[in-house]
Each structure stands twice: as structure tokens, then as C-alpha cells.
Ligand binder design. Structure first.
Ligand SMILES: Nc1nc2c(ncn2[C@@H]2O[C@H](COP(=O)(O)OP(=O)(O)OP(=O)(O)O)[C@@H](O)[C@H]2O)c(=O)[nH]1
Length: 386
């Protein structure tokens, strides 16, 4: 089935809306991402450090003259890639500017009182941190400072430590249990959340760490997704198990697990088609993929990663809730934190679901995914230095 043939989804009514007796027509559609991402971006050309060790050049039979010293000096210096911290800080700059700007506006030349605290809460809620976290942060700022002058930097420091306290328990690395061979990672999420790109980035990361990785092109709805995965696979020397588009994803998952076993792979990472969380028949397909995999390995998949697009804001909360119920999500990856001023949604999700957050993405390149660390994220979103 082509992408455009997929029927439009109706958002599920919340309990609150049902209690109030609101009709479907009253319910706004899920928030669209702030900026529409292109459907398919081919990975950028491999940077030299991305490419696994190249085949060595054959030895020259003729003795080669040593290069003249001037020629060696003329060699251009390689451009140093900014550190992960710099890229995280840059990626979260829209969020940190919105929060930091708001805090500076409120606390410059004004005393801390109920009005300024209410304004602080509003800034935090607008950045999608959620009402619970916003209230706790405002209370922490108020403690012992009522009626006093507080500097914006002091508020940002309190904000960072409160955010870190929420995130620290969920910032957990994705651990690959070597006793499960292959360790199967199923990657799920709504359309365009960044699943295939994240799989490419994970393939890069795990291949570099010496794992033998096999990829399964389970997004059988979209021919471009299969091709996209093939490109990532070729780039990082991972076999890609794929069928023609339109095939049965559960059958593909079964074949891929058999193939990965036969090759004695360490890891099998399976892509799936994007699906809106309120589409029951598509969610049932996800259950089928898992059921069929379990015929080969009752413990598979060993990890179910839900990929969330940070730009959708509050809708991410319902994605976590429904995907968890259907597919037993074991951990989260949040992408596109570079494209939003609403990065605070990660705090709201951590607060509500306590699910492990394994990775965050701040760009489209192979290196733009890193293990999630609470302190770095908290300081970057508060606009503080490392
Ligand atoms: N800026 C930015 N773009 C990203 C990030 N992760 C993914 N993208 C882009 O988001 C778009 C969608 O990514 P895909 O990986 O194709 O998403 P998908 O979830 O596999 O999509 P479907 O198969 O349609 O469900 C692509 O243009 C990616 O390059 C990120 O961390 N930052």
C-alpha cells in the first residue's frame, strides 16, 4: 500500500474529553511537526572517520621519494568536528533561547513574587516541560527567595538542577545483552519520526563498536524507506534483509531473524512502517510482528525502541502511552531536538512515564545521535555552560 493510500487517522478522545462528552469533531488533530521534514533524506556522504577501515593501498614496488618538507607543511589541517556538547547546545538552542529569554524577561529588575513565579511557570509550560515539572521548578526557585531579587542565571541554575533530577533516573544506556544472539531491536513510531535515520545512526555506532549488525527493512509500505536503509547498510557494511515494498512485515521480521542467526550476527535492528498511535489495525500489525518473531525466539524483540519526534510537542505523550500498551516499549529515542523550541517535552515524558531514554538526535548525520545524559541535557536546555 502506498503512503498516500493509508487512511487518515482519527485522534483518540482522551478520558477528559470523553467525560465532558465532547464529539470527535471537537478534538483538534495531533500537533503537526513544527517544520515539515522532507520524506527521505539520503545520508550525507561518509566523512572519512565514518568509513570502516579502508582496504590498504597495494605497496608500491618502486621506492617512493619522501615528500619535500614544504609539501608536508602545505597539507591542510583537518577541520575539527565540534564536540557533542557543542552540537547538543546548538541543537537545543531554540529551546534554551525560548526558556532563557523568558527567564531574563521575568527576572531582570523584578522581585520574586507570585506574579513572577506564575510567569515563570507559563514560560516552562510553553516549552512543553509539563505542568507538574513547571510547578516544582517554580517552587524550588521560590524557596527562601520570596520578595528578593533573583538573577536570571540563578533561576537557570535551579531549573537545570530540577530538570536533571527528573531526567537522571531515566537516562539509561541501551545495553546489549551478549547472551542473546542476535539481540533484536525493534524500532517503532509514527510516520516520519526518524526511525530509519535512527537505525542508520545506530548501525554506525554499533558497527564502530565491533558488533556485527544486520538490518531488517520492515517499513514495507514505503519503497524509499527500504532504499534509505540499504544506503545506510552499505555505508556501514551491514547486511540489509528486505523484500519488495508491499510485503508482509511480520514475515520479513521472521526471515530477518533467521538470516541474522545464520550469520551469527550480534544485533538485528528492524525498521517498521510509521503508524499513528490511534490506528488500531496498524497497531495490530505491530503486535503481529512481535508475535511472529517470538516463534523463533520467545524473548525477541529484546528491546523495543519508540522513536519520538520532539517537534510534535504534547502529542508525544499519547504516542508513548499507546505504543507502550501495544508493543511493550522498553526505551525511547528522541529525534529532531535541533528543530524545536519545545525540547522540554522530554522532561514531561520522563516525569510521566519513567521509561528509559537511551538516545537523542540533534541532526541528520550519522554522528548526530548520542547516549542521553541528564546533566548535559539539563544544562543545555537551561542555556548554561558545560
Ligand atoms: N533535523 C533532524 N532531522 C532528523 C533527525 N532524525 C531524522 N531526521 C529527518 O527526519 C526525516 C524523517 O526521517 P526518517 O528516518 O525517514 O523517518 P521514519 O520514521 O523512518 O519515516 P516513515 O518511514 O515515513 O515512518 C528525514 O528527513 C530525516 O533526515 C534529527 O535528529 N534531526
Amino acid at each position: 500500500m502506498a503512503d498516500e493510500d493509508k487512511p487518515e487517522a482519527k485522534p483518540k478522545r482522551s478520558l477528559f474529553e470523553r467525560l465532558l462528552g465532547r464529539k470527535d469533531a471537537d478534538i483538534p488533530p495531533p500537533a503537526a511537526p513544527e517544520s515539515a521534514a522532507p520524506d527521505f533524506a539520503a545520508p550525507e556522504l561518509a566523512a572519512p572517520e565514518d568509513v570502516p577501515t579502508a582496504t590498504p593501498e597495494p605497496l608500491a614496488l618502486e621506492p617512493v621519494a619522501a615528500p619535500a618538507p614544504q609539501a608536508a607543511e602545505a597539507k591542510p589541517e583537518p577541520i575539527a568536528k565540534p564536540s557533542w556538547w557543542a552540537r547538543l547546545r546548538q541543537g537545543l538552542s531554540r529551546s534554551s533561547q525560548s526558556i532563557g529569554g523568558g527567564i531574563a524577561d521575568i527576572f531582570t529588575k523584578r522581585k520574586l513574587d507570585s506574579e513572577t513565579l506564575q510567569e515563570l511557570e507559563d514560560v516552562l509550560i510553553r516549552a512543553d516541560l509539563g505542568t507538574g515539572a513547571a510547578l516544582r521548578i517554580a517552587e524550588a526557585v521560590a524557596k527562601g527567595r520570596y520578595d528578593k531579587n533573583v538573577s536570571p542565571d540563578e533561576v537557570k541554575t535551579i531549573l537545570a538542577s530540577e530538570v536533571e533530577a527528573v531526567l537522571a533516573p531515566v537516562a539509561r544506556p541501551l545495553e546489549i545483552d551478549a547472551s542473546k544472539r542476535p539481540f533484536v531491536i525493534l524500532v517503532i513510531g509514527v510516520n516520519g519520526s526518524g526511525k530509519t535515520t535512527t537505525i542508520g545512526k545506530l548501525a554506525a555506532k554499533f558497527s564502530r563498536d565491533g558488533f556485527k549488525v544486520v538490518l531488517a527493512a520492515g517499513d514495507t509500505f514505503r519503497a524509499a524507506a527500504i532504499e534509505q536503509l540499504r544506503i545506510w547498510g552499505a555505508r556501514f557494511h551491514c547486511e540489509v534483509i528486505a523484500r519488495e515494498s508491499g510485503g508482509d512485515a511480520a514475515g520479513l521480521g521472521y526471515d530477518a531473524l533467521e538470516a541474522a542467526r545464520a550469520q551469527n550476527a550480534d544485533l538485528l535492528i528492524m525498521d517498521t512502517a510509521g503508524r499513528l498511535q490511534n490506528r488500531t489495525e496498524l497497531m495490530a500489525e505491530l503486535e503481529k510482528i512481535i508475535r511472529v518473531m517470538k516463534k523463533l525466539d520467545p524473548e525477541a524483540p529484546h528491546a523495543v525502541l519508540l522513536v519520538l519526534d520532539a517537534t510534535v510537542g504534547q502529542n508525544a505523550l499519547s504516542q508513548v502511552e499507546i505504543f507502550s500498551r501495544t508493543a511493550g516499549v522498553t526505551g525511547l529515542v528522541m529525534t529532531k531536538l535541533d528543530g524545536t523550541a519545545r525540547g522540554g517535552i522530554l522532561v514531561a515524558i520522563a516525569d510521566k512515564f519513567k521509561l528509559p531514554i537511551h538516545f537523542i538526535g540533534v541532526g541528520e548525520g550519522a554522528d548526530d545521535l548520542e547516549s542521553f545524559t541528564a546533566r548535559d541535557f539539563a544544562r543545555a536546555i537551561a542555556g548554561l555552560e558545560e
